[in-house]
Ligand binder design. Structure first.
Ligand code: SF4
Ligand code: MG
Length: 330
C-alpha cells in the first residue's frame, strides 16, 4: 500500500554569510506504518535537516525547501505553509530530541505538562487528563509514577526524562514518530532500554518511526531499514541486515570496518578517516572521494547516482561508481 510518509527528491538550502549551502541534495525515502527507518551519518550529513524539513522546523529565514516533495496523508508538506504543517505535527507527527530538558518546561510538574496536552488538544476534562498522564508515565516505565507525577523535570534522571519526553510524544497517538539522536546523551545500558521501549510502543500502536543517529549499533536492533547520509545525500539504503552485513558503499564499509565483529549489532561506530566535507566547498564528483580508498579519476569528475548493485537483493542501493568492487573487497 501507500507509505505513511514519502520523501521525494528533497532539496534544502541555507543562506549563510559565506554563501548558499545545499544541505539536502535530492533525498528520497519512504516510511510505512509500523516500520522503522534509521537515518545514519556523521554530524552535518543532513540527518537533522531532513527531520526539520518534514516538521517545518527549518531555521527561519535561513533555511528553505527548494525542491522535492514530502507526501503525507495525500498532502505535500513541502508545498504547505509552515503553520499548516505545524498544526498537523502537533497531533500526527511527533518528535523527540537528544536533550529532553530543551523540550520540558522546568517550572511545571511533568504530570501537568502531559495532562495539558490532552486538555489543550483534545479538550479532555482536568481529572481525566491527569489520569491519562499517570497511565502514560506508567507505560513508559517511570517507577512509582503515582508520586513522581508531581515532580519537576530536574528531579528525574536523564533516562527517565527521555521516557517522559516519549510519553509526551506518544500522548496524542501520532502516526509517525521522529527521534533525533534520542538516546545519544544516555549511557549504553539506558540507550538500549529506551530503544526497546520505542520498539514496544511501536508494536502496540503501529506508528512509523524515523530514528536519526550517528550510531548504527544503537538503532540496528529496532530498525527495519537504514539510509546512510553523506554531505546532504543518501549514499546507501537498504534493509538493516543488507546494509550491515553487506555494506555496498565505501563510506558505510568504513563505518562498519571499525567494528570488531560484523555479526554483533551492539558495537559502536567510529568515524571514518578524514573530516566531513565543507558544504560550502563540496569536492567535485563524488563528494566522498578525498576520503575514499577506492577513488579513481571518474570519482573526481562525476557524481555517482543511487543505484542497485549488480546481483544484489531488491531495495539495496548505493551511490558509488565502484560498488561491485567494494562489495567483493575483503
Ligand atoms: Fe569512492 Fe568513487 Fe565510490 Fe565515491 S564513487 S565512494 S570516491 S569509489
Ligand atoms: Mg543532528
Amino acid at each position: 500500500g501507500e507509505p505513511l510518509l514519502s520523501v521525494q527528491d528533497l532539496k534544502v538550502e541555507f543562506s549563510t554569510s559565506a554563501g548558499v549551502v545545499r544541505a539536502l541534495d535530492g533525498v528520497s525515502f519512504d516510511v510505512g506504518s509500523g516500520e522503522t527507518v534509521a537515518v545514519l551519518g556523521e554530524s552535518g550529513s543532513g540527518k537533522s535537516v531532513t527531520a526539520q524539513a518534514i516538521m517545518a522546523l527549518l531555521p527561519q529565514p535561513a533555511g528553505s525547501i527548494v525542491g522535492g516533495r514530502i507526501l503525507y496523508g495525500g498532502r505535500d508538506l513541502a508545498a504547505e505553509p509552515v503553520s499548516k504543517v505545524r498544526e498537523l505535527c502537533a497531533t500526527e507527527i511527533a518528535m523527540i530530541f537528544q536533550d529532553p530538558l530543551s523540550s520540558l518546561n522546568p517550572v511545571y510538574r511533568v504530570g501537568w505538562q502531559i495532562a495539558e496536552l490532552f486538555r489543550r488538544r483534545r479538550g479532555t476534562p482536568k481529572q481525566e487528563a491527569w489520569a491519562k498522564s499517570l497511565a502514560l508515565l506508567k507505560r513508559v516505565g517511570i517507577p512509582d509514577a503515582e508520586t513522581r507525577i508531581r515532580d519537576y523535570p530536574h528531579q528525574f534522571s536523564g533516562g527517565q526524562r527521555q521516557r517522559i519526553m516519549i510519553a509526551m510524544a506518544i500522548a496524542l497517538e501520532p502516526k509517525l514518530l521522529i527521534g533525533d539522536e534520542p538516546t545519544t546523551a544516555l549511557d549504553v545500558t539506558v540507550q538500549q532500554q529506551v530503544m526497546n521501549l520505542l520498539a514496544d510502543l511501536q508494536a502496540e500502536s503501529g506508528m512509523g518511526m524515523i530514528l536519526i543517529s550517528h550510531d548504527l549499533g544503537v538503532v540496528a536492533e529496532v530498525a527495519d531499514r537504514a539510509a546512510i547520509m553523506y554531505a546532504g545525500r543518501i549514499i546507501e539504503t537498504g534493509g538493516i541486515r543488507q546494509v550491515y552485513d553487506h555494506p555496498a558503499h565505501p563510506y558505510t564499509r568504513g563505518l562498519l570496518d571499525s567494528i570488531p565483529s560484523n555479526t554483533s549489532l551492539g558495537e559502536r561506530l567510529t568515524p571514518v578517516v578524514g573530516s566531513p566535507p565543507n558544504l560550502l566547498a563540496l569536492p567535485s564528483g563524488c563528494s566522498f572521494h578525498p576520503r575514499c580508498p577506492f577513488a579513481t579519476e571518474l570519482c573526481r569528475t562525476t557524481s555517482p547516482v543511487l543505484r542497485q548493485p549488480e546481483g544484489w537483493s531488491a531495495g539495496h542501493l548505493a551511490a558509488c561508481h565502484r560498488t561491485e568492487e567494494v562489495l567483493t573487497h575483503d
